[in-house]
Design a protein around this ligand. Structure first.
Ligand SMILES: [Zn+2]
Length: 143
């Protein structure tokens, strides 16, 4: 999560909301990919930290399937990213701060654990939640 927080701070340079993500290898030892929110920087509505990190991890592994992998992200995934996480077949999603307004991994929705879907990653929430939330609060206070 510390690596994801470092990544989140990079988003601010491009004027983006600080959200960062990393994808870990199945043994948890290797960071396969990193990503931070680049929606403003790239003018891309889908350039959320999770989507970028998943794409890069898939490129690194040479496959769209990421079984055994863990995605760590500073903020609870939105609906789009929750969908991407299910599609990528990651085993585990770890997030920091909850997003009560748009979260899709336990807050507003729980898409990643919807029993109607054929893949349901394990969810671990609240890891360094205060640090993750503070980064966002500071960003919005500065606006
Ligand atoms: Zn998202």
């Amino acid at each position: 999560m510390r690596l994801a927080l470092d990544e989140a701070e990079l988003a601010v340079r491009g004027g983006d909301v600080p959200v960062g993500a990393v994808v870990l290898s199945p043994d948890g030892e290797t960071v396969l990919a990193r990503g931070h929110n680049e929606r403003e920087a790239g003018g891309d509505p889908t350039a959320h930290a999770e989507v970028l990190a998943l794409r890069r991890a898939a490129t690194a592994l040479g496959s769209w399937r990421l079984p055994g992998c863990t995605l760590v992200v500073t903020l609870e995934p939105c609906v789009m990213c929750a969908g991407a996480l299910v599609q990528s077949r990651v085993d585990r999603v770890v997030y920091g701060a909850r997003d009560e307004k748009a979260g899709a991994a336990g807050s507003l929705w729980d898409l990643v654990r919807d029993r109607r879907l054929n893949h349901r990653p394990e969810v671990v929430e609240g890891v360094l939640a205060d640090d993750c939330a503070r980064l966002l609060t500071d960003f919005f206070r500065g606006r």
